[in-house]
Design a protein around this ligand. Structure first.
Ligand code: FUB
Length: 309
């Protein structure tokens, strides 16, 4: 393999500020970007691929932030598997949101003697410290890749998915939910068609990213397998029906997964994703990157390509 992430040239020490092109982080492998804006600062929550890993046996998450999309500060790793006493491996793709001056970070982890489950960490600031908010999983039936959004009426939704796409309505405490888990009907009208897999007729694979913009709800997701591209669907309501809108980022690069995170910041729109672009990079040695884009008048997201700028 090539140079290890640790040996790469651009230092990104805890608390240091560096100017970065793509990939944003060049000293460790990062994956599954989840952007969040608070107090005029853009925070980026990522997973962390261990150097030399042969699977997604990830152990902690990392936080970075910027105010100009060029100089990034590293806030270290205030959340790890150790935060969840009931978890033993696979610190996968999460997302953070705030409510009532608390910051809730939803993450999938592997449960001791079990499968994948979603845990919630809570902190008093976007950079923590964080503690386990529940003391056990919020959902515990092989759920991965949670995405969270609070609608204008105050209702919070937690979607997740692979293999299906499911959601719950979170209670105002953000650490419990009402009603039962709803499994979204994955139709080809809603999520596009894939061929060659009778069990998965639509392109939806995993990594949903749920948000609302100008009254339109977006479900952006990693599509098809393997390798993944990024596609999206929109709806006039938070729970569908969804209409497939097409491909945002075609399959590119040396990572067989990709993972979307979209946000508006300082009047611009940004699409975060990951690839295997660092030396030694690949499917289990990924790095997060970002592309600037503009929505069409009807809310369309243009096709975007991986870049080094
Ligand atoms: O990073 C581990 C897994 O790979 C994530 O949960 C998926 O979205 C894929 O990116």
């Amino acid at each position: 393999r090539g140079a290890t992430a640790a040996s790469l040239a651009l230092p990104l020490l805890l608390g240091s500020v560096v100017k970065a092109d793509n990939p944003i982080v060049q000293t460790i492998y990062t994956a599954d970007p989840a952007p969040f804006v608070y107090d005029d600062r853009l925070y980026l929550y990522t997973g962390h691929d261990e150097d030399g890993a042969t699977y997604f046996d990830m152990r902690n998450w990392q936080i970075f932030s910027t105010t100009d999309m060029a100089n990034w500060q590293h806030h270290g790793s205030p959340l790890s598997l150790e935060t969840f006493s009931w978890a033993d491996n696979q610190a996968w793709a999460g997302q953070l949101i705030n409510r009532n001056d608390k910051f809730y970070w939803y993450v999938p982890v592997h449960r001791r003697n079990g499968g994948m489950a979603i845990g919630v960490a809570v902190g008093d600031s976007p950079t923590g410290p964080f503690k386990d908010a529940i003391g056990g999983p919020l959902a515990e039936n092989n759920e991965i890749d949670p995405t969270v959004f609070i609608d204008d009426d105050g209702q919070a939704y937690l979607y997740w998915g692979n293999p299906g796409l499911s959601y719950v309505k979170l209670n105002e405490d953000m650490i419990s939910y009402s009603g039962s888990i709803v499994n979204v009907q994955l139709t080809t009208d809603g999520f596009g068609s894939r061929s060659g897999d009778a069990n998965r007729p639509t392109t939806f694979e995993e990594g949903p990213w749920f948000y609302k913009r100008n009254g339109l709800y977006y479900m952006v997701f990693a599509a098809s397998c393997c390798s993944e591209h990024i596609g999206y669907s929109t709806s006039s309501g938070p729970t569908g029906p969804w209409k497939y809108r097409g491909v945002i980022m075609p399959t590119e690069g040396s990572s067989f997964t990709n993972h979307p995170g979209i946000i508006d910041y300082k009047n611009s729109s940004y699409f975060f994703y990951h690839n295997g672009a660092l030396p030694g990079g690949g499917g289990y040695a990924r790095s997060v990157a970002v592309e600037l884009f503009e929505y069409g008048d009807d809310g369309t997201i243009p096709e975007l390509h991986m870049s080094t700028e």
